[in-house]
Design a binder for this molecule. Structure first.
Ligand SMILES: C[S@@+](CC[C@H](N)C(=O)[O-])C[C@H]1O[C@@H](n2cnc3c(N)ncnc32)[C@H](O)[C@@H]1O
Length: 180
C-alpha cells in the first residue's frame, strides 16, 4: 500500500468524515467498504466508545484492511463478510452514519432502492446517510436525490473532498442525507 494512501486515512480522510458529521462515539456502517480506507478514518474519529461496521461481500479488501487495522492500534472495527444480501443481520436503528461510497453502481434500480431502505432501517432518526455516487451520469444525480428523499430521507447537500476512488485520489462530491 503506498504511503500517500496510508497517510490519507489518518489525515484528509478524518477531516472529510468529520465535516460530513462523523463524531466521537458514533456507530458507522461502511457498506461495500472494499479495502476500508473510510473505515480506518471513521474508526479514528469514533474512538473506543464508538464502532465501525466494515461490510463487504468480497474478502479481497478485508485482507488489506486487516493488516492496516492491526497496525493502527484501533479496536473498534467489526468486519462483516456477507454473501451480497441486502437484509443485514444487524438490529434496527443502531447507526449514526452510513456510508455508501463507490458502491451504488453495483446494483439494479430495484436493489439500489432495497439497499437504501436497509440503510434507513439501520440508521437512527436524524442519522446521516452519505453517498459517493461514482460511475453515474451527471443527469442521474437529480434522480438519485429524489429517489432517496422518497425513501424517507431529507437531502442536506454536497460535500467536496480529495477522496480515494479505488487506489487513486480524486476531487469528488458526496451527497448527504438525514434520516427523516
Ligand atoms: C469499488 S469498491 C468501493 C470501496 C470503498 N467503499 C471505497 O469507496 O473505497 C465497491 C465494493 O462494494 C462491494 N459490494 C458490491 N456489492 C455488494 C453487496 N451486495 N454487498 C456487500 N458489498 C458489496 C464490492 O465487493 C467492493 O468491495
Amino acid at each position: 500500500m503506498n504511503k500517500e494512501l496510508l497517510n490519507w486515512e489518518k489525515t484528509v480522510g478524518i477531516t472529510f468524515l468529520r465535516d460530513i458529521g462523523v463524531k466521537e462515539k458514533d456507530v458507522v456502517i461502511d457498506f461495500g467498504c472494499g479495502a476500508g480506507f473510510y473505515c480506518i478514518s471513521a474508526a479514528f474519529i469514533v474512538g473506543a466508545g464508538g464502532k465501525v461496521y466494515a461490510i463487504d461481500k468480497s474478502g479481497n479488501g478485508f485482507r488489506s484492511l486487516r493488516d492496516r487495522y492491526s497496525q493502527s492500534g484501533l479496536k473498534n472495527i467489526e468486519m462483516i463478510k456477507t454473501n451480497g444480501e441486502l437484509d443485514l443481520n444487524l438490529q434496527n436503528e443502531i447507526a449514526d452514519v452510513a456510508l455508501l461510497y463507490d458502491v451504488l453502481h453495483y446494483f439494479s434500480d430495484q436493489n439500489r432502492k432495497n439497499l437504501i431502505k436497509e440503510m434507513r432501517r439501520l440508521l437512527k432518526k436524524e442519522a446521516i446517510l452519505s453517498i459517493h455516487p461514482t460511475h453515474l451520469k451527471t443527469t442521474a444525480f437529480k434522480h438519485l436525490i429524489n429517489e432517496i428523499v422518497e425513501l424517507g430521507f431529507d437531502y442536506k447537500g454536497i460535500s467536496k473532498g480529495n477522496l480515494i476512488h479505488y487506489n487513486f485520489f480524486e476531487v469528488s462530491l458526496v451527497y448527504n442525507f438525514k434520516r427523516a
